[in-house]
Design a protein around this ligand. Structure first.
Ligand code: NAG
Length: 148
């Protein structure tokens, strides 16, 4: 059985102090599933990160990885999927990592992919359950402004 505390402890393990401080697991439609951050961050900031991650993913998923650098930090978005991010099919979940610019894109991606692979194995059996419904998230104008 997959429990939220397990997800949380997996997310915590991907963090690397002090640069890589926040890891978020969200559904492809932009719903927060679990978050680990060190030090812990205000809910509002997490909500912004989740919205941004969903948007970045929608815009860049063709590459199998979404990346954005802004005043919001360095954000990497990866698919959690058994097919290892070929871009085919829809991912089970998205993993978003937020770090300072002291952490390289390679480092974030490497750590993220390891975790995503691990999560995919645990989540695959829930695919049918998770894949429904497949509605697209409604873009929030506030977030769209933030990315620019
Ligand atoms: C992302 O990280 C940056 C740099 O550490 C931080 O300033 C920003 O508040 C974070 N953004 C979110 C949405 O968590």
């Amino acid at each position: 059985m997959l429990v939220l505390s397990t997800l949380y402890s997996l997310l915590s393990q991907v963090l690397s102090q002090p640069g890589l401080h926040t890891a978020v697991l969200l559904t492809p439609t932009g719903q927060l599933v679990s978050v680990a951050s060190e030090p812990s961050r205000p809910k509002d900031e997490i909500r912004v990160l989740v919205g941004l991650a969903g948007e970045v993913w929608q815009e860049t998923k063709g590459d199998g990885v979404g990346m954005v650098e802004s005043e919001m930090g360095r954000i990497v978005v990866l698919p959690v999927d058994e097919d290892d991010g070929t871009g085919l099919g829809s991912p089970l979940m998205l993993l978003a990592l937020n770090s300072t610019d002291a952490v390289s894109w390679e480092e974030s991606q490497k750590r993220g992919r390891l975790l995503a692979g691990h999560l995919a194995k645990s989540l695959t059996k829930y695919r049918d359950f998770l894949a429904l419904p497949r509605a697209m998230p409604t873009a929030s104008p506030t977030l769209a402004t933030l990315v620019r």
